[in-house]
Design a binder for this molecule. Structure first.
Ligand code: APR
Length: 237
């Protein structure tokens, strides 16, 4: 029997219980860094060394943490559902938990690519992207074409190349699950609108969610406990 399609949109909250800080909670990343200095294309052109240090530190931290029960529960849903994970996170915890179809909307922390010397748009081709694991890159580390290497991250001010793929996954989903995102950053935050008019949307978040829609059911809990509730709901259908 054909498996039902489940689209899962995740944000920093799904990795919070792994020990990775979110962005907008108290003591989140954006309380300790100015977004424009460490996560924007203008910041890169202004001070690339600062940004390389910022991502080197986050890559070193990623080596010390591991997937939590929420990542694992999402991966296990592949036994009963045709799952597409659409994540805003740049960590590799969904991969390490065993999820097999993952769309990284905002890039991947373990990957780097040459900077685009020919336009401010910072366009790139996938074949120039490569994985450095939890290593570091510094000013003067150049790609084969001689360009400075940069993190393979989508910064503010840059396009989100995989958004069409994500929209297609949501449009074709029988169920949508949203875990641990403040739904503040577009286009990711608008993805739920592409779900079918009768597609149930479950949101797992301990705090209030900034959207109201008749399709949405809010599971007010942290990701690990919320996933247990979500699986009970699925099993009761
Ligand atoms: N379990 C589930 N949700 C949690 C938990 C938890 N343990 N802890 C916090 N949350 C929720 C918060 O209530 C909030 O709604 O996770 C969300 C985190 O929101 P943000 O910090 O804004 O993270 P996110 O939504 O992923 O940010 C989106 O913003 O800065 C950019 O590119 C960055 O991808 C990021 C994007």
């Amino acid at each position: 029997m054909k498996k039902k399609k489940l689209a899962v949109l995740t944000g920093a909250g799904v990795s919070a219980e792994s020990g990775i800080s979110t962005f907008r909670d108290s003591d989140g990343l954006w309380e300790n860094y100015r977004v424009e200095d460490v996560a924007s294309i203008e910041g890169w052109h202004r001070n690339p060394a600062l940004m390389l240090d910022f991502y080197n530190a986050r890559r070193r931290e990623l080596a010390t943490v591991k997937p939590n029960a929420a990542h694992i529960a999402i991966a296990e849903l592949e036994n009963e559902y045709d799952v597409t994970v659409i994540t805003q996170n740049v960590d590799n915890l969904h991969e390490r938990a065993g999820s097999t179809r993952i769309i990284h909307l905002h890039g991947e922390l373990t990957k780097v690519r040459p900077e685009d010397r020919y336009s401010d748009r910072d366009g790139f081709s996938e074949e120039t992207v490569f994985d450095i694991g939890y290593g570091e890159i510094h000013m003067g580390d150049l790609a084969p074409d001689g360009a400075q290497l940069r993190p393979h991250i989508v910064w503010f001010g840059e396009a989100v190349p995989k958004i069409e793929q994500a929209i297609a996954a949501v449009e074709s989903a029988d169920i949508m699950l949203i875990v641990g995102t403040s739904l503040q950053v577009y286009p990711a935050a608008g993805l739920y609108r592409y779900a079918g008019w009768d597609t149930p949307i479950y949101i797992i978040d301990p705090k209030d969610v900034p959207v109201s829609d008749p399709r949405i059911r809010h599971i007010r809990n942290v990701a690990t406990k919320g996933m247990e509730e979500f699986k009970k709901i699925l099993n009761s259908k």
